[in-house]
Design a protein around this ligand. Structure first.
Ligand code: ZN
Length: 283
């Protein structure tokens, strides 16, 4: 698989001239392009399509829920670990690692968490257990950003509506908060007491599409790249995003993937069939 970390696949940045591709740490002062992935949920086919279609980037940040629901937990962890080393843990990561009880999970999610725990390699189980809770910050914080799974106030909280977003936006004087957990691509903006919702719009549902949003330096943002492996905003395509510090913009992406294979693996693993069906509905 093309992990885009070889010399052959690296690129010179047009602005700073650096030849960097997914270095272990962001370089202070350099153009920084962050590939944001979240909620992969053991969907290897969706992760592969994401990697294959992703634009050039310097680092990958993973916002959690690497596992849960899907049937390829070990493969997805192995690929994710090769992509980079900046991770925030999600609630499904905690559940699969045995760090939380399953009382807050619905029965299907709970079954999938137990199946995941039983099928993880010992090494991947330890790796999952050691993932950090958000908020996570980059070394030297070159872009005034924080990375969380749910909310900076509570890693398990869902930020779905503008009302949900206001408290964390006002509580943290940080320009950019990248989050996941809701599986809804988009975000929220707070600018001089004016608040709004960011919602990408697309034209179809069978091709790779990009929706770019220029950001304002004076505003605060909550930005959700959406879910790679189990979108819930009615679009079945894998979701991810690229943040470009030089252009100061976020690019939202949707890309089709081999959904049949992902569904077949779920059924072959005797996971609940509903987990295969919902992928096609994007719910
Ligand atoms: Zn999730």
């Amino acid at each position: 698989m093309d992990l885009r970390n070889s010399e052959q696949n690296s690129e010179d940045c047009s602005e700073c001239g650096l030849r960097v591709y997914n270095p272990p740490f962001p370089i202070l002062g350099a153009c920084l392009r962050i590939l944001l992935v979240s909620d992969i949920h053991s969907n290897l086919e969706a992760l592969n399509a994401t990697i294959e279609s992703a634009p050039a980037h310097d680092v990958v940040v993973n916002l959690g829920d690497v596992v849960g629901y899907g049937a390829s937990p070990n493969e997805v962890i192995d690929v994710s670990r090769k992509l980079g080393n900046i991770f925030v843990r999600g609630n499904h990561d905690k559940a699969a690692a045995g760090l939380m009880d399953l009382t807050d999970f619905n029965p299907i999610a709970g079954m999938a968490a137990l199946w995941t725990r039983d099928n993880l390699t010992a090494d991947n189980l330890v790796w999952l257990r050691d993932l950090p809770a958000g908020p996570v910050h980059l070394d030297n914080d070159p872009i005034d950003a924080q990375f969380v799974h749910g909310s900076p106030m509570d890693e398990d909280e869902y930020l779905v509506t503008l009302r949900d977003a206001l408290e964390p936006l006002m509580a943290y004087p940080i320009a950019l908060t990248f989050f996941g957990h809701s599986h809804i691509q988009g975000g929220f903006i707070l600018n001089a007491r004016h608040e709004d919702v960011l919602k990408p719009t697309y034209h179809g549902n069978d091709q790779h599409e990009v929706f770019s949003v220029p950001l304002k330096k004076e505003a605060q943002y909550l930005i959700n790249p959406g879910s790679v492996g189990q979108p819930r905003d009615g679009d079945w395509r894998a979701s991810y995003a690229l943040f470009d510090s030089d252009k100061y913009e976020v690019q939202y992406h949707r890309v089709p993937y081999d959904i049949r294979s992902a569904q077949d693996r779920i059924l072959a693993a005797n996971l609940p069939p509903r987990l295969a069906a919902r992928l096609a509905a994007g719910r």
